[in-house]
Structures are given as structure tokens and as C-alpha cells.
Design a binder for this molecule. Sequence first.
Ligand code: J2J
Length: 551
Amino acid sequence: TDALIPVVQQWPDDFAKRYREAGYWRGETFGAMLRERAAKYANRIALVDDKTRWTYAELDARADAVAAGLLAAGLKKGDRVVVHLPNIAEFYEVVFGLFRAGILPVYCLLAHRITEVENAAAVSQAAGYIMAGRRDDFDFNGLARELQSRLPAVKHVITVEPREQADPAFTALDDLKADGKGQPLPDDHAPTLPSDAAFLQLSGGSTGLSKLIPRTHDDYIYSVRESANICGLHEDSVYLVALPAAHNFPMSSPGALGAFYAGARVVLSQSPSPEHVFAVIERERVTMTGLVPPLLLVWLQAAAGKPSHDISSLEVIQVGGAKLTPEIARRVKPVLGVKLQQVFGMAEGLVNYTRLDDPDDIVINTQGRPISPDDEVLVVDDQGNPVPEGEPGNLLTRGPYTIRAYHNNPSANARSFTEDGFYRTGDIVRRSPEGYLTVQGRANDHINRAGEKISAEEIEDHLLAHPQVFDAAVVSIPDEYLGERSCAFIIPNGEKPKAMEIKRWIRSRGLAEFKVPDQVVFVEQFSETAVGKISRKELRAKLSAQLQAAS
Ligand code: J2J
């Protein structure tokens, strides 16, 4: 029913008017955007993976077929479908098909497992789940079966595997498309509005109940279009998706969507490791990609040795998702022979870039400045008062592509947004007089493990469910390679379990592998002072400091 269609908390009228008049919101939609590119670049290659090369015309036609198939299967405009796919061409065929049908993709990371997928499906009230069947390392058919048994509302399970390999319990994408032949598209009778939500993205480090981020066509296309400009994408650019395709960074900063916007070519790699990806770069003459800092380190190592492949087509490497240290930033140009661009972004909106013509000092020492002249950035103390320029403080922001609320989550909204609509990013930054931001740390209890955000509270809750755990605190420990790693402090309940058992326990709870604690430390108590007197947050900080001092 209509009541279930996610309602986007729209920007107040005066803001919306300003954003339109400034030309940020142009009334574009993703479905129409692809149609226009297909008209202009019909026979140019849009998308490449290990087995596929699709032209813009082909991607466009495939998206239509998917849209028609989804509607013929009984899905409706406004429905939500969880998308859980690897870096394969079908990812974009499916996503654009959903956009065209007015159905909202809910993006899960490939690493997510049943618990995260179930949460995303439950909170979004999803009617469908699209996955890639049995892969080398995981059986998504099994996950789909479990999902349907827990949430019967997920009526439609679609697999992108070829028909012959598809589990007969589910609909093969080929069959879905065949069934949709000749069906009209909703554009004919209920066109997608630019102010409609295009999709729901998961907030990084969400606890049990996922925080879902609704992004409208207008606001997201603005960020994508301007990102493509800032990053210098053009028709002859070749953008490599090395990070998980569902993540906001390779999706939109400028990401695959920015590349499509610019009429460029998108190349997908199923692995970001040099052994695999350097060959792809050489073969496809890739010009640009985005990495997280730990991957950059591996690339630097591989390129400093005897490189097995010619990666000289690369012009720009972007690094974001977690803090890049100046020492490593400095090595990028000499070792890889490319320009570095730092990116500090968030799925909720605000994205900062160092500009391609910025001096080295800025590129090495800052995480960039916002996309838009109308991105409002406040750096405030814990009472909400602005700190002196250049001093560290909490980053608050609002603007033409930053959400005003999470989907259907009043308590998270009360915590995460100020009364006048600023998003509390949870990041501690310094701002230079020129408006460049340097990330200093974090105010909230996320662990940023190689760019993957982990909520301490979520892991603690799962640990507390173990019979031999009396209490647990999960903290972030600095890590030379990962940036941060996770450590679980545990007060055993009677007999002490083995650390391996604790890790196995977290896995058995159906969570992504990156959430398994890297380290487990058993303690008799957390603190000499009464535990009740300090907050969880203070406790975590204290435990982390103790462990670092001891090592
Ligand atoms: C330090 N911390 C950073 C950076 C993100 C582009 C790039 C990244 C993301 C992303 C994204 C950082 N230095 N360069 O969505 O479009 C941390 C901050 C931030 C959180 C957001 C994009 N870049 N971070 O990482 O939603 O703590 O988005 O608030 O996953 O990552 O995480 P996420």
C-alpha cells in the first residue's frame, strides 16, 4: 500500500527553492539519465567486467528489461528490494532496472550476512532480495532461504546466475526479463519524480536496527554530477570499481554513477588486490579509481617492487573512507606516478575532495573541502558552540545533498540531527581558513576498520548473548595496517571461554566477517572504580588506552 512508500524528509521549502535556483537540483532522475547517455553514446562501451562488455545502448535496454520484469512479477513502484551483489556488470543492470521501475534498491555490502540482510530487509519492509547464488566462498541461496523463512514478506527472490545454474526455488534474472517482455514501464503512467527517494543506503556502523539513508534523485545526482566535474571525468575516462560496488564511495564519489553521468567507461574488479587488479588496469587502460588507505598501502608495496603490469594509464587515485596519514600520502606520486585525491565522504551526504590542482601541501595534509558552495559546515564544541578557526571540534553539516533524517527512525533522528537540520557526523575535524577539513578523530564509538565501520555496541550485544560472557566492551585499537582494529574486552561468566570460541560465536551470529573482533582480552573487571559511574564511552576509551600502554 501507499503508506509503505518511504517518505523522504524533504528539505524546508526555502532551502529547496534555493537549491533549485542555484542549479544544483535540475529535476533529473537516474532512469532518464541513462536513457540520455544511451542516446548520445549508444555504441560506446559503458561497462566491463571479467566476462562482459556492454555498450550504453545495451545497458539501457537491459535496465528496461529488468524494470519490466520486476513489474510483471508483481512488484510495484515504491517497493523496496535488497540488492546483495558482487562487483559484476549485473549490479548496474539491476540497479538501473529498479530505478526505472521506481522500486528502491536497499544496498547491502557483499560481506553482509543473514543478520545484516535481515535487518535491512525488515527496516525497509522489503518485498524482494536480489543475489548472486552460490559463489566460491558463500552460498547466497542458503541465505535467501533463511531470509524468507524469517521474513515471509520478502516474496521475490531473484538470482543473477544464468538460468541453468540458478536454484529452482528462485527466479533467474533471465526468466524475470523474459516474463516482462512487452510490459509497459511505469514511466508511462506514474513517472518517477526527482524528489522521490531513489534508493536506501545503509549507514556505516549501524547497530542492530539498520539506519537507512534515503537519497533522492535530485540530491544524489547533484553530488554525482559535481563529483564527476571535480574529479575531471570525461567521455574517455575509464573508472575502476575496486571497492565493493554497493559502497557509497565507489558508487558516487564520483564512482560508477559519476562515470556514467560523464559518458565514461566503468570497469569492475571482483578483487582489489594488486595480483588481480593490476592486470585489469593494464588491459582496460584504467585512468582513475578509489581506494581505502590499507589497499593503497598494498598497491604502493606492489608497485615499488618489480611491477608485473603496466599501470601507467592511471592518472588519479582517490583515497577515502578512513584517515590517510601524510607519510603515506606523500609516497603516492613518486611510487605510483599518479595524482592523489583525498576524499572524505559519508553516505548521509557531505563529500569533501582535495582538488586536482591543489598544491601538494593541501593534498597531503587535508581531506579536502566540500563539493558545494551551499554545504554548510559547522565545527563546534560539545555544547554546540563554534570553536576557534583551526581548532578541532565536532563536524555538523547540512546542504543540498545531505539528508535531513534517516528513514523511519525517530530515536536515531533525534540523536543525529540538530533542531535546525544539521547532521551530526560524529567526526572531529579542524577547518582551515580556506575551508579545507582535516579529520582528527571521532566522537562516537564506531571502529573504522580499513574503511568498514563497526558499531561497538552492536558487537557487545552479540557478545552478551554468549552464556560465558558476563560483560563485554568492544574498543578500537590503532593498527599500522588497518588504521584501526577491534578488540573485545570480556569479563567471563564463570569459566573463561577460548578466544577462538568468541570469534566463532560472532561468526555464528550471521555477521560480516569484518565484525569479528581482531583481538579478545579477558579481564576480571573493567575498572577499579564502580563501573556504573562512568559511561560506556569513557570505559571504552579507558580500556583502549590501557591496552595501548601495555603493548
Ligand atoms: C577520515 N575518515 C573518513 C577520510 C570517510 C566517499 C568517501 C568515503 C565515504 C565513506 C563515502 C574519510 N578520512 N578521508 O560515503 O561518498 C569516515 C568518517 C565518515 C565515515 C563515513 C564517500 N572518509 N571517513 O566512507 O558512510 O568517519 O562513507 O563520517 O561508509 O567514514 O562512512 P561511510
